[in-house]
Design a protein around this ligand. Structure first.
Ligand SMILES: Nc1ncnc2c1ncn2[C@@H]1O[C@H](COP(=O)(O)OP(=O)(O)O)[C@@H](O)[C@H]1O
Ligand SMILES: Cc1ncsc1CCOP(=O)(O)O
Ligand SMILES: [Mg+2]
Length: 264
């Protein structure tokens, strides 16, 4: 990216946000997809949060209003689960709790796209997606290849700004470089390792971790980029020790746990 107005993540900011996150140990209410439940809970635990997958119709509103943050992920949507997502999003907003939307596979299927746009209207504190998802939501392109991106994150920076402005939210678009924007400022987190894309749920679990970072530190571009910077460092550490995706999965959890604020 040649745009000199995009600043790179400040390691001191990452250290501070990670420290606060660990001291608060946020309770993160996850309403996520069927594929990534376990990696999401494990990523949150390793990083230093308390995950809870509360998806019952009779309990989700109450829990959304007491958790530090809510993570809503549309990866495997069905009618009942979508109704629960909307209830939780409304309850969180009413209680002043932040919630994060992961618009998995936006652009591929009109039924799902309608649900995502309805959720966007409910006021997420942040939206985290891959480049094709973010571009589609901003009115550019037709989405990715299922849950995977066909675009680079650089190609989605302007779309991320447009989306952030339109819905008055923070937008995080991930890829080789991660970008966070409030519609005006853009910060970038570089590094990481592409092997992370060979383990399912690393994007989805990042969205839930982002909810935890926001729940602990407040919603800001700095909070978002700190979360991405931390995950990238964990990806680098894990890749240095892994033989392939299987051992990367384990090493990634270990790296999230091992990394300390002082390492940044
Ligand atoms: N080429 C890459 N090199 C390093 N890290 C990457 C690369 N592509 C994606 N990532 C990282 O993988 C994680 C998931 O991002 P991404 O693949 O964009 O999301 P999704 O899984 O939702 O499609 C993020 O932490 C992102 O930084
Ligand atoms: C494979 C798959 N199918 C529906 S949701 C999902 C998980 C996607 O996870 P991620 O976006 O983190 O790669
Ligand atoms: Mg995804």
């Amino acid at each position: 990216m040649t745009d000199s107005s995009i600043l790179t993540a400040d390691p001191k900011n990452t250290a501070k946000k990670l420290e606060t996150f660990r001291s608060i140990r946020p309770l993160v209410h996850c309403i996520t997809n069927e594929v990534v439940q376990e990696i999401t809970a494990n990523v949150l635990l390793a990083a230093g949060a308390s995950p809870a997958m509360v998806v019952g119709e009779g309990e989700t509103e109450q829990f959304a209003s007491i958790a530090n943050a809510v993570s809503v992920n549309v990866g495997t949507p069905y009618e009942n689960r979508v109704a629960i997502m909307k209830k939780a999003a409304r309850a969180a907003s009413e209680a002043g709790r932040p919630w994060v939307l992961d618009p998995v596979a936006a652009g591929g299927m009109p039924w799902r796209d309608k649900i995502i746009f309805e959720l966007l209207e409910l006021g997420p504190a942040a939206v985290r997606g891959n480049a094709s998802e973010i571009r589609f939501l901003a009115g550019v392109g037709t989405g990715g290849k299922g849950v995977d991106s066909l675009d680079s994150s650089e190609q989605a920076v302007e779309a991320a700004k447009t989306l952030a402005k339109k819905y008055k939210t923070l937008v995080v678009v991930t890829g080789e470089t991660d970008y966070a924007t409030d519609g005006e400022r853009v910060l970038a987190a570089r590094g990481g390792n592409p092997m992370i894309t060979l383990v399912v749920g690393t994007g989805c679990s990042l969205s839930s971790l982002l909810a935890g970072f926001i729940g602990a530190n407040g919603a800001s571009v700095e909070t978002c980029i700190a979360c991405c910077d931390y995950v990238n460092r964990a990806g680098e550490l894990a890749a240095a020790r892994a033989k392939g995706p299987g051992s990367f999965h384990c090493e990634y959890l270990d790296a999230l746990w091992l990394l300390q604020p002082g390492d940044f």
